[in-house]
Write a protein that binds this ligand. Structure first.
Ligand code: SF4
Ligand code: SF4
Length: 133
């Protein structure tokens, strides 16, 4: 089996995500239970377990995944995880890193007027809070 070695750059990214999330990704044994129970996994480009794996390995390309925006913080994975890890906190930390770089995933100007008229205000505010800096 090939040994995986983290370099300074990957370690720094891993530490940053762990610091922001308060989660210890080294605890994840990649059992896949989070992916199996996630109600939104079909909409994701990588599964919650893959998201955890990428952070464990300090792979910054995880920031380009749709999964971190799709996670609805429903906590189903946390309840089921044998290690009590919270994938939604990892997703939130990754969103924070993106948003600190002022990379928004929702721009109100991009929404058609008809959608804006129909959309409940509270849903719009919640989405803007989650998806924009
Ligand atoms: S359920 Fe927990 S331990 Fe299993 S893969 Fe998901 S985060 Fe890792
Ligand atoms: S918190 Fe996110 S990753 Fe976990 S089950 Fe819910 S949507 Fe899926």
């Amino acid at each position: 089996m090939k040994k995986i070695v983290l370099n300074e750059k990957t370690l720094e990214f891993q530490r940053k995500v762990e610091e922001l999330s308060g989660e210890n990704t080294a605890m994840c044994d990649q059992c896949g239970t989070c992916s199996g129970g996630c109600p939104f996994v079909e909409e994701m480009d990588i599964t919650p377990a893959q998201l955890m794996r990428k952070v464990m390995l300090g792979q910054e390309d995880v920031l380009e995944c749709d999964t971190l925006w799709i996670c609805a913080t429903c906590n189903t994975c946390t309840v089921r995880c044998p290690r009590k890890l919270d994938v939604s906190k990892i997703a939130e930390a990754l969103r924070q890193i993106k948003l600190r770089d002022e990379i928004n995933n929702l721009d109100i100007d991009d929404l058609p007027k008809e959608v804006l008229k129909e959309l409940p205000q509270i849903a719009l505010i919640a989405a803007l809070r989650k998806l924009s800096s």
